[in-house]
Design a protein around this ligand. Structure first.
Ligand SMILES: CC(C)(COP(=O)(O)OP(=O)(O)OC[C@H]1O[C@@H](n2cnc3c(N)ncnc32)[C@H](O)[C@@H]1OP(=O)(O)O)[C@@H](O)C(=O)NCCC(=O)NCCS
Length: 171
């Protein structure tokens, strides 16, 4: 399995490219390419995450290259948001994603929080099922999709919205 470290500013271009390939490319077992044709994130947004004191971006390194990433955003004293989760498409479905998520949960527990939440596009049923197999459960909360904030592209359907999933750590 890869090693995981905290991202540095110099990682931003590589991470933008990775996130775009994973979320918008045709490779991999789960992608949003059928739902959106924007660029998902730009370098300024990635740098902001890396430099935000309330956010920790993790990068997974294997064979000297970045093969995955995720972020943890501190929300409240007892909760973090998990997102910007990507694995190099050609390396997906081999356990790397499961490993990065488990490492993030360990890091979250070390931050002293007891709960991890995430927001997943409701239409991505195979991904929601994957999170459910990792112990995450829908809270019943939905959140609007930020159609207005898409970069260099748009949504391919107008009914996108998020469902919130949550897991208590140590359960
Ligand atoms: C989501 C993502 C990070 C998971 O990483 P990964 O390395 O592929 O994950 P793993 O190898 O640990 O797990 C693969 C799982 O996919 C399942 N899978 C493989 N092919 C599948 C398919 N065609 N349909 C449904 N599930 C499939 C496997 O059964 C396995 O599930 P299991 O561990 O419960 O048995 C990665 O697919 C990705 O980058 N996706 C695009 C970006 C994204 O959607 N991010 C999350 C947004 S909330």
């Amino acid at each position: 399995m890869p090693t995981v470290r905290v991202a540095e500013a110099a990682d931003a271009p590589t991470l933008v490219s990775l996130v775009r390939r994973a979320y918008r490319g045709e490779g991999g077992w789960t992608t949003e390419a059928a739902l959106l044709n924007d660029e998902r994130i730009d370098e300024a947004q990635m740098l902001k995450k890396i430099e935000d004191p309330e956010t920790t971006v993790h990068v997974a390194i294997d064979g000297g290259r970045i093969v995955g990433c995720c972020e943890l955003v501190r929300l409240e004293n007892d909760k973090v948001h998990f997102g910007t989760f990507a694995v190099e498409p050609e390396l997906q479905a081999a356990g790397v994603g499961r490993y990065i998520l488990a490492q993030a949960e360990t890091a979250a527990a070390k931050m002293g929080v007891t709960c991890v939440e995430m927001a997943v596009i409701a239409q991505r049923l195979e991904l929601i099922a994957w999170y459910q197999r990792r112990g995450y459960a829908p809270t019943g909360e939905t959140r609007p999709f930020p159609f207005h904030a898409l970069i260099n592209g748009g949504a391919l359907r107008d009914d996108l919205h998020f469902v919130v999933l949550q897991k208590s750590l140590g359960v």
